[in-house]
Design a protein around this ligand. Structure first.
Ligand code: PLP
Length: 409
């Protein structure tokens, strides 16, 4: 084939990476050899012993049967938007300007960034953090401005680091609370510090709360950042993927709150984009009201399972010489540190080849240079987790001897 007939992809795709799925390519090769695989890499509850609550399933089935299969309003069907508003008010968010339903929280995030930032502007994103933000920014030519989470302080956002990285092209701060990949939950004090910085520098706060109902310990409560201040511009993202066990339903939303005069033009731009992409999946939106206002008993069960899986994760990984792990307070992720001096991507690939355990390298989420981590998803049942952690423990010593000098703890 002549070389100049090869279709050249756009330059903007060059920096789009999604480590979570990239590791699957190697995993598939290893699985094809017939090896037993232990998947601790994908944050999809429905792949394990979790299922969408039946009252949500019935509502969706009914909506399809009743022919709610045409286009929906661009911001979402009124009964869903109203339920999201009541839910936001229950969480103390009261200065609500707008609510819109999207194709997963992912689309809300992408639309809100697209409507805010021009090429060359920058957005502060948590490091470690969820790679979607990096991918959207790369696509738009908006500069990713990563700020660090402080591992020694339970992975709280480092406010000094954030303050030092704000410049005149900074437009927003992203916080993920509870965080993916660390499972950390933001303290009220940290959130108040973030609000202060946002107000001083005229920034929007993007608050990703997709794991808000998966705070695992009963003595801890999730606080929405937007409930702490009436005027600061915040967009809170949430959806059905995690707490309501329906990631493939692809339903999420954004809640715009804060001073309406300040937000007027920006919210107008968001709505221009919402209209241009028509609407989110129409019949599936009928699951939103039953999800938020119907039977919540699945949450008790999910949190109990995750709590004991989290405890196994925390205990078994910390028992390995050369691995340390902060205790996750929410979501279903842990981000253990490996005290070695070569790359975590190398570690993850060697672990996969030697044991069939699939985890994602820390560098795929961002981390303080010179540190190495990997992300574990503790959704699988306890026997799988125990087996995987035992494999990691057996492998780690060999790995250090063969490839890496153990660094000082
Ligand atoms: N935000 C965070 C922090 C996530 O971890 C994920 C999925 O893993 C998403 C957003 C994507 O959410 P959705 O499935 O609603 O698009």
């Amino acid at each position: 084939m002549p070389k100049d007939s090869i279709i050249k992809p756009a330059d903007r795709t060059r920096d789009i990476k999604y480590a979570v799925r990239d590791v699957v390519v190697l995993a598939n090769e290893i699985a094809a050899t017939g090896r037993e695989m232990l998947y601790l890499n994908i944050g999809d509850p429905n792949k394990f012993d979790f299922a969408t609550p039946p009252h949500m399933v019935e509502a969706m089935q009914r909506a399809i049967a009743d022919n709610y299969n045409g286009y929906a309003p661009s911001s979402g069907i009124p009964e869903a938007v109203d339920a999201i508003e009541r839910e936001a008010r229950r969480k103390g968010i009261d200065n609500i300007n707008d609510i819109f339903v999207t194709t997963g929280a992912s689309e809300a995030i992408e639309i809100c960034i697209t409507a805010l930032a021009d090429e060359g502007d920058n957005i502060l994103t948590p490091s470690p953090g969820y790679p979607l933000y990096q991918a959207v920014l790369a696509k738009l030519g908006v500069v990713e401005n990563p700020y660090y989470l402080n591992e020694e302080m339970g992975w709280q956002p480092d406010l000094n680091d954030i303050a030092s990285k704000i410049d005149d092209r900074t437009r927003a701060i992203v916080i993920i609370n509870p965080n993916n990949p660390t499972g950390s939950v933001c303290t009220v004090e940290t959130m108040k510090g973030l609000i202060k910085l946002a107000k001083e520098h005229n920034l929007v706060i993007f608050c990703d709360e997709i794991y808000d109902k998966l705070v695992l310990d009963d003595d801890k409560k999730h606080i929405s950042l937007a409930s702490l201040d009436h005027s600061v511009p915040v967009i809170t993202f949430n959806g059905l993927s995690k707490s309501y066990l329906g990631p493939g339903l692809r339903i999420g939303w954004g809640i715009v709150s804060g001073d309406s005069e300040v937000l007027k033009d920006y919210d107008g731009a968001i709505n221009q984009i919402l209209r241009a992409r028509l609407c989110a999946n129409h019949p599936i939106q009928y699951a939103i009201k039953p999800a938020l206002e119907g039977d919540q008993s699945h949450l008790k069960e999910v949190r109990a399972k995750l709590r004991s899986r989290r405890d196994i994760t925390y205990e078994m990984l910390n028992a390995v010489e050369g691995i340390t792990c902060e205790k996750p307070e929410g979501a279903f992720y842990a981000f253990p540190r490996i005290h070695v001096d070569n790359s975590d991507e190398h570690f993850v690939k060697e672990l996969l080849k030697a044991t069939g355990v699939v985890v994602v390298h820390g560098s795929g989420f961002g981390q303080v240079p010179g540190t190495q981590h990997f992300r574990v998803v503790f959704l699988p049942p306890e026997d799988i987790l125990r087996k995987a952690y035992q494999n990691i423990a057996n492998f780690f010593g060999d790995y250090v001897r063969k490839f890496a000098h153990a660094a000082a703890k």
